[in-house]
Ligand binder design. Sequence first.
Ligand code: GLN
Length: 489
Amino acid sequence: MNDKTDTLCATRDLILSGQIKVTEVVQSCLERIRKTEPVIQAFVNIQEVKALDLARKMDEQGPDKDKPLWGIPLTLKDNICTRDQRTTCGSKMLENFNPCYDATLVRKLREAGAIFLGKTNLDEFAEGSSTENSAHKKTRNPWDLNKVPGGSSGGSAASIAAGQSLGSVGTDTGGSIRQPASFCGVFGMKPTYGRVSRYGVVALASSMDQAGPIAANTADCAAILQVISGHDPLDSTSMDVPVPDYLSSLERRTDLKGLRVGLPAQYWEGKLDSEVERVCSKALEQISLAGAETVTLDMPHTPHAVAVYEIIAMAESSSNMARFDGVKYGYRDKEARELLDMYIKTRSRAFGEEVQRRIMIGSYVLSAGYYDAYFKKAAQVRRLIYQDFIQAFEYCDLICAPVSPFTAFRLGEMVDDPLQMYLLDIFTVSLNLAGMAGITVPAGLGDRTDMPVGIQLMGPAFSEELLLQTAHVLENYLPPLPSPRALNE
Ligand code: GLN
């Protein structure tokens, strides 16, 4: 593969027209992994033999035009269950967990002809913003190996930036697709809550978790989203809403004429680092140049979003983590002599610091004496945040905002300051609280750090088609990023 064919859609066309074999595609990805993985550390496990075996079988059979991802090598964040393949959630708790079933989205991708190269690194149980909370390893940012790739889907985003696969599926509870995509200079979409089945996706905060694509461009995101979207009887939160043809609808828009893009003051004032502001402002100029009208808006409850998110996410995660008790599955401490001691030793030894912190805070905000003051209040303010979005969409079709106030930070720079790390999520968490959809589009490199800066488009529930179309237009207006510096030979 050369640079021009280094995208999912281009590769699929070459495979289907017989110009390239699936084996060659898979081998070329594996070669790239061999070269870059020693420094990037994006994978928790690599399925080289299985992937090549499947590729050979597919080549013997010949291209199947009815399968939209025929022969396409993908990766999956390691909190998505894969049958007979270790799914660790970046935790010692599940270091030897082999699910006996595939997540629905995995089954759909397999049926569409995708080949999985392996599972990618993440913050333990998707709790974090830098992938440093993984029990396995620290993934590095392909643009600067001393910096984090973002999180919690940092392995997936770094892997796409490093060209190791043609697409990945991550999860986003409070920004975990959009923020690492921004830090690594790639595209990532958080679909509407209910768009993609969460069956087999290990829960963090069940009222916000969504899975979505991370890829090198909009069309590749659309191709993956197309396959994984849709109602699933196994997930009662998945919605029975028709799935548009995302990919072919991209061609229907070549400019942004007639589109109103809202710029909420609370996202653009104050907290932004100056280089991020400069890159994002240039992107706004391109949005106007493409024909969109921009309108300034107020989303007054935005300053409360992080506090509300943390209370709700921690409360929900504390109850989701209760299932890891050393009895049902996963790690069990063998030293304990009686049940309570076994629970305590198992959970204190197998959960990392951040997971334990969130279990404690989550249990506290749900406890009888504090429920009204914290959880109930947070649930009420969540509603106001949702209403901010509903009102905003009376004045605009989409909202545009930065993804993160800063570019990727140094490894280790924030690990001792969890509060600071939580505050970084200020521009991403509201969307999850509101259950709506958003996408990160790489907008350029910061002039001080020379690191990627992403811009975020947010839309109402089930606006994925419009979001992808807009991102696609913007992609043609914005200068493409060069290839990540740290990997240049
Ligand atoms: N950074 C956020 C957190 O730590 C987001 C996590 C996520 O989206 N999975 O909770």
